[in-house]
Design a binder for this molecule. Structure first.
Ligand SMILES: Nc1ncnc2c1ncn2[C@@H]1O[C@H](COP(=O)(O)OP(=O)(O)OP(=O)(O)O)[C@@H](O)[C@H]1O
Length: 358
């Protein structure tokens, strides 16, 4: 797959704050790419540098092999979908979409019939047929989202940047729009770079997931690799599905405030920092003082509370060190257990399901 976008050595600071700290990145053509990172990690700044709304202090951006360094935002051929949609409230659905075509810097269209035809095609593609003449104040949030997308896509950009595009939608609509966005992108064959703070959205949508941590790319991989082999403890933390333990290696064990875990059989990953990680759904809860099998590791902890979320229950246990360990039990596997508050339990996992960053 050829790369549509390349970034090399991008740095951007605001005063003393290094918002982007040396970004090297290649984004393939015809792909859905998610950009995940916690608040303040530099996601919006990165999009703004790519779009040309901000100039980097150092580094270069190329699109389709051509440098963009001196190309202003409106001549880059890059589309941008804003979180708040940024539609013209006094214009109809069709007029909002046509606006992009009539006013684009490169090859603006003036032929009314051609504009009408392209707008109609786009309305069909994003599923807005029948709403052409409605004012954008008279349609739902999900429909406004589609107008924003259509207005960008109608200009045939090579790359579309989407800044938290589902953030303003309610939970139901958000999950429906995930599938819609993926299918619209596939039909057009254009590359989408979708910024999100939601790990489930990033993993569900991206053919490639980029994880940004304090202005640097911490990992770039497919969803399965990110989920099962996070490149660093910080990536595991953002994924919100791993218990992370701090400590050091001591012979054949990982030792920290939580206890001592034999490391034989655990998956060893390079991660810059020593840490031990166990996914929430890899932990079994047993009576306290149960014997461990030779391929298991575990800790004892006091039950705090459970949270029911439909298909699963998440239970929280406090270790003697104060750290809270989360256990996720899928209800298709077993009925919800009734743990007693403050009671001690054994939390046990197979060693070969644990990750050791060292
Ligand atoms: N115009 C600006 N002036 C000063 N600091 C800025 C400016 N824009 C961003 N920053 C700072 O740069 C850092 C990165 O901000 P950015 O908006 O890119 O993060 P983000 O990952 O998009 O966060 P969020 O998910 O909260 O939107 C933050 O610490 C932010 O406060």
């Amino acid at each position: 797959m050829a790369d549509v976008l390349r970034l090399s050595g991008i740095r951007k600071s605001y005063g003393d704050l290094q918002a982007l700290d040396g970004i090297d990145l290649a984004i393939p053509d015809n792909a859905y790419v998610s950009l995940l990172g916690p608040s303040g990690s530099g996601k919006t700044t990165l999009l703004r540098v790519i779009a040309g709304f901000e100039s980097p202090d150092q580094g270069s951006v190329t699109l389709g092999g051509s440098p963009l360094d001196n190309v202003p935002a409106h001549r880059r051929g890059i589309g941008f979908v804003f979180q708040n949609f940024a539609l013209f409230p006094h214009l109809s659905v069709a007029r909002n979409i046509a606006y992009g075509l009539e006013n684009r810097e490169i090859a603006a269209l003036t032929d009314r019939a051609a504009i009408r035809r392209k707008v109609a095609e786009m309305i069909e593609l994003v599923g807005l047929a029948g709403l052409e003449d409605r004012g954008v104040a008279q349609i739902s949030g999900g429909q406004r989202q589609r107008v924003a997308l259509a207005r960008t896509l109608v200009t045939e950009p090579r790359l579309v940047l989407l800044d938290e595009p589902l953030g303003a939608l309610d939970a139901n609509l958000r999950s429906r729009m995930r599938a819609e966005l993926r299918s619209i992108r596939e039909r057009l064959g254009v590359t989408f770079l979708h910024v999100t703070g939601s790990e489930s959205e990033a993993l569900a949508m991206g053919d490639i997931v980029l994880v940004l941590d304090r202005g640097r790319i911490a990992q770039s991989a497919n969803a399965d690799t990110i989920y099962n082999r996070p490149a660093a403890p910080s990536v595991a933390r953002f994924l919100n599905c791993y218990n992370l333990f701090e400590g050091t290696l001591s012979g054949e064990a990982f030792v920290g405030p939580a206890g001592s875990f034999p490391i034989e059989g655990s998956t060893r990953l390079a991660g810059g920092k020593t840490a031990y990680a166990v996914r929430y759904d890899r932990i079994q809860v047993r009576p306290a003082s149960s014997a461990l099998a030779s391929d298991e590791a575990g800790v004892e902890a006091a039950f705090v509370a459970s949270e029911y979320s439909g298909a699963a229950v998440n239970s929280f246990f406090a270790l003697d060190s104060g750290q809270v360990v989360e256990v996720e039990t899928h209800l298709s596997h077993r009925p919800p257990a009734d743990y007693a508050p403050q009671e001690r339990y054994g939390l046990v996992w197979k060693r070969d399901l644990a990750l050791l960053f060292a």
